[in-house]
Design a protein around this ligand. Structure first.
Ligand code: PLP
Length: 375
């Protein structure tokens, strides 16, 4: 091992990113502030147009967060108490939270432990007359099998939604993340692949009616000012966040390519280490590594060891949703989703961002190898 970490390895390096694009970002922010276009300024529409063209969807709606990007289309589709929405228990809380928030019931389907994505072969078993929608989660940055999910949804007249919060910029052989389902939802939380400087999200729609209802819901259920036709929320994205994203946009495709190259390099470096299981990439998928996540036994010990070597790590996610107190009333038990429970005990996310150096990856891989050799 020749590399010595001279500067601290960041889990995600947002400071380096800002310094690299500073002029472009500030150039887009200044006019917003000078003209005080803080709420629904023209940058919102510009961002919607730019990103709907990118993912190849006819309609886009900028919203206040990735959570609202999931909530709003479910509200627009009329999901209500008594309804059921299918998703995976191995995801961030927001995916299932929005279902329960509307009084509907989250119904879980286990994941494929090799990818941590929903096992589509198990979806039809839990369908019933109350099922209204299926949410596939493109966890860690590669797309869930949204084509198969869309086929099931079409067959039974359901809404298909991609939770693409971690996968903006990824693709499969049918198109880009957020662009192949009836609804695609993403997040611009700072640490996501396309991040703003606070909270933000976007919903993409194939259907004009669902888009129009969602647009009303975003602004208190109104179409005309102060006339409220339906129940809405304050779900708008700040103009400043749209301006920041537009300032970063010219660099995004380059970042996606860097992510893929660095991801390949990481996988090659880790593959030779006994004790590390690398997650599969499905044929035809490109991956943006919203997280660089591996599976290991002895995770707690490895985390401690890596921390002692100044390597930060994270666990996405330590407890599957069917075992969360907030969902206890659903009546699920330990053992109901063995693959989700297994991966939750093994997954470990390593430092990853487009500015990470290959020497830093070498250092991280070497330290992991030392750990497993020493035990
Ligand atoms: C981050 C995330 C969300 C929520 O996005 P926010 O912008 O934080 O509200 C939803 N689903 C998944 C899978 C996420 O990773």
């Amino acid at each position: 091992m020749t590399f010595k970490a001279t500067s601290k390895i960041e889990f995600i390096d947002l400071k380096r990113q800002f310094m690299a694009y500073k002029e472009d970002i500030l150039a887009r922010m200044h006019p917003v502030m000078e003209d005080a276009r803080f709420i629904l300024g023209s940058e919102i529409n510009e961002l919607e147009q730019t990103l709907s063209a990118y993912v190849n969807m006819p309609y886009a709606l900028a919203v206040a967060s990735g959570t609202d990007a999931l909530l709003i289309p479910l509200m627009a589709a009329g999901v209500k108490p008594g309804d059921e929405v299918i998703t995976t228990p191995f995801t961030f809380i927001a995916t299932a939270e929005v279902i329960q928030f509307l009084g509907a019931k989250p119904v879980f389907v286990d994941v494929d432990p090799d990818t941590c994505l929903i096992d589509v072969t198990k979806i039809e078993r839990v369908l019933n007359a109350n099922t209204k929608a299926i949410i596939g989660v493109s966890l860690y940055g590669q797309m869930a099998d949204m084509q198969a999910i869309g086929d099931i949804a079409d067959k039974y007249g359901l809404l298909s939604i991609e939770d693409g919060a971690q996968s903006f910029g990824a693709s499969n052989k049918f198109g880009r993340s957020c662009g192949v389902s009836k609804v695609g939802a993403t997040s611009f939380f700072p640490s996501k692949p396309f991040g703003c400087f606070g909270d933000g999200g976007m919903v993409f729609f194939q259907d004009e009616e669902l888009f129009k209802r969602s647009r009303m819901i975003r602004i208190h259920g109104q179409d005309k000012r102060y006339i409220h036709d339906i129940l809405g929320i304050n779900g708008r994205m700040d103009t400043l966040q749209a301006a920041i994203l537009l300032g970063k946009w010219p660099h995004f495709q380059d970042e996606v390519e860097k992510r893929q190259a660095l991801g390949d390099y990481y996988r090659k470096s880790l593959r030779k280490i006994e004790g590390v299981k690398i997650l599969d990439i499905k044929p035809g998928n490109t991956h943006v590594y919203g997280q660089m996540t591996i599976r290991v036994k002895l995770r707690d010990e490895l985390v401690k060891y890596l921390n002692s070597k100044q390597i930060p790590t994270a666990v996405h996610y330590p407890r599957p949703l069917h075992l969360q107190p907030v969902f206890a009333h659903l009546g699920y038990h330990a053992g109901d989703f063995p693959d989700s429970e297994c991966v939750a005990s093994e997954v470990l996310s390593l430092p990853f961002h487009p500015f990470l150096q290959t020497e830093e990856v070498d250092y991280i891989a070497d330290q992991i190898q030392f750990f497993f050799k020493g035990i």
